[in-house]
Design a protein around this ligand. Sequence first.
Ligand SMILES: NC(=O)c1ccc[n+]([C@@H]2O[C@H](COP(=O)([O-])OP(=O)(O)OC[C@H]3O[C@@H](n4cnc5c(N)ncnc54)[C@H](O)[C@@H]3O)[C@@H](O)[C@H]2O)c1
Length: 332
Amino acid sequence: MKAGVIGLGYWGPNLVRNFISNPEIEKVTACDIKNERLQWIKSRFPSVETINNYHDLLKGDTDMVAIATPVDTHHKIGKELLNSGKHIWVEKPFTSSTKEAEELIEIADKNNLKIFVDHTFIYTGAVRKIKEIILAGELGDIIYFDSVRINLGLFQHDVNVIWDLAPHDLSIMNYLLDKKVAAVTANGIANYYDHENIAHLSVYFENNCFAHFHVNWTSPVKIRRMIVGGKKKMLVFDDMENFEKIKVYDSSVEINNSESMHEALAQYRTGDMHSPKVNQTEALSLGVREFVDSILQNRQPITNGVDGLKVVKILEASEKSIKNKGKLIEIK
Ligand SMILES: NC(=O)c1ccc[n+]([C@@H]2O[C@H](COP(=O)([O-])OP(=O)(O)OC[C@H]3O[C@@H](n4cnc5c(N)ncnc54)[C@H](O)[C@@H]3O)[C@@H](O)[C@H]2O)c1
């Protein structure tokens, strides 16, 4: 297969490297409008062909193309590629709006083309292990999901901190919980540019489950931590840990049934903690394999356009909520 990568800024070179390493991919063409990025890529990966106009990819025999440009360009470039018969890999967040996402999904479906949305974390050993633990029923009913992703920088100029950082956590939440989101509220402030640099997002589900996300580009410390609270056990995923990334706590709360509410007693159980082993394979290489396999096997990839759309719906609603001082926005 022949692959292309458009956008060779911070993230695109990682895609070039992983496309080159995939045994099914025989040729990689890399594109950027900046010549210095093309020279840099050529110096690192001499086998890669470089071009500065992505329209050259539309005409050729490239099978699949990754879009690693700023989000406001994803829809335009994606639409042109799909209309030229190419399978597309789109960086997170999938698109700038629900409408754009729906249109790309429709074109892909009509032409039997695949859309892979790069929700990278879904291919990490840690998230896979957490899913296994949840599916095995170890945590019991999930009642909350609490996530913190904060550090100093990198300010993005085109989107706010929720659009930049929360797609990671929202895609993990959707993958792990498999529950229908009902509504969101969000608050945040913009201290330096027009876009919020710190924000809090709450997600309400149709059943009695709640999720909260704290994202911030102006934190003195880097924290990448989430807690999945179950009725039986609770789990902490700390991505800053090198070894014990996941800890499962045998802790829970039980309310003794009593005829009167006032007599109902909360009992707190704190048992052992264990830390399961996590596969360390680079997530992007597994993502590229999944994209290639989905094309060869003519099936939807695990992180497809519909998953991208679900995240974009929450991002869009969060922006509306922030503009209205935390108003509850329902999600259809
Ligand atoms: N999956 C992840 O973990 C992850 C991590 C970082 C960034 N991203 C995503 O990757 C995308 C790019 O982010 P980045 O941080 O690499 O941005 P960046 O600004 O560093 O790089 C974007 C590159 O695209 C190029 N470009 C813009 N328009 C182009 C066009 N029409 N044709 C060719 N090249 C063009 C720019 O010249 C630039 O080199 C964003 O959607 C971002 O959210 C994903």
